[in-house]
Design a protein around this ligand. Structure first.
Ligand SMILES: [Zn+2]
Length: 114
């Protein structure tokens, strides 16, 4: 007889593995569909974000920059996103929900010497 405890732990590992696999598949779909099929991009972004939150997976860095974290819209440059360099930072503004994200360490004189 298999104890329920053991079975549950195995299920957890399987769940995480399955989630990782699904995430990879979704990332391929998103990257492959970029700029061609808006509907496909929207739905794959939504699924990636939901899946990663539910299973506490990190979203790959390449994909993290492809959509708005707030409203889950895929970024289409020149259409729904404004990108500016301001004081050494990349400032990305989502034009559908007006949320702003800043990337990079800021001006050079603010960075700590390594
Ligand atoms: Zn947004």
């Amino acid at each position: 007889m298999v104890s329920t405890k053991k079975r549950r732990r195995k299920g957890k590992v399987n769940r995480k593995l399955a989630a990782q696999e699904s995430q990879e598949r979704l990332v391929k779909i998103l990257v492959g569909s970029a700029r061609s099929d808006v509907y496909l991009m929207e739905s794959s972004v939504r699924h990636i974000a939901k899946l990663s939150r539910r299973h506490r997976l990190a979203v790959p860095q390449t994909v993290r920059h492809l959509y708005c974290r707030n409203c889950l819209q895929p970024f289409r440059h020149g259409v729904n996103v404004r990108t500016r360099i301001h004081a050494g930072q990349r400032v990305v503004t989502c034009l559908s929900c007006k949320s702003v994200r800043r990337f990079g360490g800021g001006p050079k004189f603010h960075r700590k010497p390594r």
